[in-house]
Design a binder for this molecule. Structure first.
Ligand code: THU
Length: 130
């Protein structure tokens, strides 16, 4: 199994834990650290809606809180024909911690598209502007 397939499998597994009773839109993400460890995340919704956190940010915060700093790639999996790119807030966070990494989008039917953060987030605000 290739590295992208491993990451997609981890995102699919994480998606199974999604807490999405309000949208019923279940998302899984997986982040590969340069250490080789893979961190999964799912979306976690809340009755107040606004406190919902996306799968990508859960994966990032899990990894950061475990001491990881460098990352190679992130994957996002949903059960939709149109693949799901990270939302704007997640793009900001992915840029901060991962930079211009490949973003591997996939669905449960085996459709896969690999894009790059630079393509999804061409003019980021980041620490170079401070
Ligand atoms: N969501 C994610 O987890 N990641 C994305 O990339 C898009 C949106 C979640 C947030 C919310 O729980 C549900 O999907 C609908 O927006």
């Amino acid at each position: 199994m290739g590295e992208n397939d491993l990451l997609i499998s981890a995102a699919k597994r994480a998606r199974e834990n999604a807490h999405a009773p309000y949208s019923n839109f279940r998302v899984g993400a997986a982040l590969r650290a340069t250490s080789g460890r893979i961190f999964g995340g799912c979306n976690v919704e809340n009755a107040t809606y606004g406190l919902t956190i996306c799968a990508e940010r859960v994966a990032i915060f899990k990894a950061i809180s475990e001491g990881e700093r460098g990352f190679d790639a992130i994957s996002v999996v949903t059960d939709t024909d149109a693949l799901t790119p990270p939302c704007g807030a997640c793009r900001q966070l992915i840029w901060e911690f991962c930079g211009d990494v490949p973003v591997i989008l996939a669905n449960l039917k085996g459709k896969i598209e690999v894009t790059q953060m630079k393509e999804l987030f061409p003019k980021p605000f980041d620490s170079t502007h401070l």
